[in-house]
Design a protein around this ligand. Structure first.
Ligand SMILES: [Zn+2]
Ligand SMILES: [Zn+2]
Length: 174
């Protein structure tokens, strides 16, 4: 029944918006926590994709309205209260994040990274989608930046809506 949220549906999807619904009060009285729930809600509705479900991703979604440590604490609290599930980024999710970067335009470099499309002096051979340690034979040629980022990201904790939260979103009247 929230006209606020309905009106916000008309916004350009390319722009970022913080979303609130009065019913979030059933989950939290805290504005920052509500804004985070709003991010997951919008993502669930396919209206605005969160750039990622990591602490960094949610922090960027909030546009600086909370400190990184606060975001981290809130995501942990929402996990222990059963609204979010904690997992690690999969290789596919990590690759998607790396590929979302803006291509960097170096003047030098005759080689092109398969993932970020940047011209580069060096290309690394990286086993993908299956790691070499697990018997993977397929490889991609990616720049050292993408390579480093991938290996850091694939271990990163991410937070996804739990079944409880999805049920909550389903039952919300908009
Ligand atoms: Zn690259
Ligand atoms: Zn690698």
């Amino acid at each position: 029944m929230s006209s606020e949220l309905t009106n916000l549906f008309d916004v350009k999807p390319s722009k970022g918006y913080l979303v609130f619904h009065p019913e979030y009060g059933k989950i939290t009285k805290n504005a920052v926590v509500a804004a985070i729930i709003g991010g997951y809600h919008y993502d669930y509705l396919g209206k605005q994709k969160l750039s990622s479900f990591t602490v960094d991703g949610i922090y960027h979604y909030l546009g600086g309205c909370a400190a990184l440590v606060t975001v981290k604490r809130i995501l942990k609290e929402l996990t222990s209260s059963g609204w979010l599930n904690q997992s690690k980024l999969s290789s596919k999710e990590a690759k998607e994040l790396v590929c979302q970067k803006q291509p960097q335009c170096f003047v030098l470099g005759a080689l092109v990274c398969e993932w970020c499309k940047a011209r580069t002096l060096i290309l690394d051979t990286h086993h993908y989608p299956i790691p070499k340690s697990e018997g993977g034979e397929k490889t991609v040629k990616i720049c050292p930046n993408c390579h480093q980022e991938f290996h850091q990201l694939v271990r990163t904790t991410s937070y996804h809506p739990s079944e409880n939260l999805i049920r909550f979103f389903k039952e919300l009247a908009i």
